[in-house]
Design a protein around this ligand. Structure first.
Ligand SMILES: [Ca+2]
Ligand SMILES: [Ca+2]
Length: 218
């Protein structure tokens, strides 16, 4: 009987232990649920905060991009204009050298190079300078290598717009056709040179060596 009582006591203690375990499980479940709920609440808050931050971040990024474009775009056009100026400057110098080489070889200017007034470097001049064996270059010497093989365009300058044929601008030349070692410019200025070459410049207007024209003689 005592044994039974003891056994019953042991059962009671086991039952109590089981109850504690169940309670612990419940607490554990609660403890488990509680952080999940909190986690979800936090997640919602974080998501909300994340969305708000993304919008702010987007505005900041847009502002930075606008600022950078404001710096880069003018720089790009400035660099492009400087590149065209440099190209024109090198070309007028090289063309002047080519005309001088022609004069050194033939000791005279052909009629195609103009009657002493400014003229565009057109097809007839290009054909002679590039080495066509024609009147004006019977030896067929190539004095200059032009970018284009289509001489009908003449010598298009650095500001020529290839996408707008209406904006064709050419290099210009004037030679000392009376061989007095002077070139009389349109404005009355005299230059002690055998030949000068220039580009109309960024305004695409021939200012006869003034304004923004790119000159071979300075
Ligand atoms: Ca002269
Ligand atoms: Ca000009």
């Amino acid at each position: 009987m005592k044994t039974n009582i003891r056994g019953q006591g042991a059962d009671d203690r086991r039952q109590t232990t089981d109850d504690r375990c169940q309670m612990s499980e419940v607490r554990g479940q609660r403890a488990e649920y509680a952080p999940r709920s909190l986690s979800r609440a936090k997640s919602r808050g974080t998501l909300h905060a994340l969305r708000a931050f993304t919008l702010v971040e987007l505005l900041v990024v847009i502002s930075i991009i606008a600022l950078l474009l404001g710096i880069i775009v003018p720089s790009y056009f400035s660099i492009r204009e400087k590149a065209k100026y440099t190209k024109a400057k090198v070309t007028v110098k090289n063309l002047e050298t080519a005309f001088k080489a022609y004069l050194d070889h033939y000791r005279t200017w052909p009629s195609a190079f103009g009657p002493g007034t400014a003229q565009e470097i057109d097809e007839s001049v290009v054909n002679i300078l590039r080495g066509d064996k024609i009147a004006g270059n019977l030896d067929g010497i190539a004095f200059y290598e032009f970018e284009t093989t289509n001489s009908s365009d003449g010598a298009l300058d650095a500001w020529y717009d290839p996408y707008n044929s209406a904006l064709k601008t050419y290099y210009w030349v004037q030679v000392d056709d009376n061989y007095d070692n002077k070139i009389d410019l349109a404005g009355g200025q005299k230059l002690y040179r055998a030949v000068i070459v220039w580009s109309p410049g960024a305004d695409r207007t021939n200012d006869y060596g003034t304004g923004d024209d790119v000159k071979s003689w300075d």
